[in-house]
Each structure stands twice: as C-alpha cells, then as structure tokens.
Design a protein around this ligand. Sequence first.
Ligand code: ZN
Length: 166
Amino acid sequence: MSAANQLYQEVILDHNRKPRNWGKLDDASRHAEGLNPLCGDHIWVYLKLNDKRIEGISFEGQSCAICKASASMMTHAVKGKSIDEALTLGQEFRDMSTGKLDPQSGDHHLGRLTVFAGVRDLPTRVKCAILPWHTLHSAIHSIEQVSTEGEADPVPGAGLERTDHA
Ligand code: ZN
C-alpha cells in the first residue's frame, strides 16, 4: 500500500469513528439535503451564518465511509471561513476530485483535503466525496436567495445556476 493510500485509509477510518461537527445544529439559519442515489448517501448540512461568515456548521445522515469522512473534513475546513472562501474551497475540491486540479501544484487552499485526491481514479466514489460540498453549496445558495431581501449587497459569486444558455 502506498503512503498516500495508507493516509487516505487512516483519515477515512478516523473520521468515521469520530465524525467532526456531527448532528443537527440547533440554531442553524439554513440547511440543505444532499442525495447520491448512485451509492445511497443521504445527508443534511446545517449552517449558521453571521455577517457572511460560517459561524457554525454540522451534518448528519446516512452515507458510506467516504461521504461521511468527506463531510466531516468539510465542516472542519470551512468553519469560521467566509462564504466566498468556502465556495472557493468547494470548487477546488470538485476540480481535484475530477482531475482538473493537481493537488501537488500548491495553487489551492485544500490542505488536508488533498487526502481525497485519489478518488479521481474511482469514478463511482467521486460523487460520494463531492456530495457534502454540493450540499453545502445548496445551503449557501438558499442563503443568498433570502439575503437579497434583507441586504443591499447579495453574496457575490455564490454560483447561482444560470438558466439562460444563450
Ligand atoms: Zn457513497
């Protein structure tokens, strides 16, 4: 087993034994549900935002080990970060998982999350690893929609889906 593989196995095991930020966040201002029918992963991500910063985050649900470990590490990574930073991290994670970003390049903010780089060679597990980030994106997305009612400056670059393909 390679060193990278061994680290990967250890991280997955550790986060499954002791998932960080597990459970429902009582004072969450937003939440989103994530589903990966391919594997059966079904999770919820809870967010508490304060001044466009992720003050609190948690997750729960039923999922495979990769999804659970990814969600656990995600909550740890984005807690305390701004929404923009969290979205950038999510984009980098997706790019790494799909092989578009080279974790060795150093041109990213992934840190320990690079342990998941190996999933790019496992097409069926990519969705498991990415699901938590998709779910976080959804939760933030719904924040953005409500924030336009109360704030003059909606969150920029939160990745609103474009419906016009013109
Ligand atoms: Zn899975």
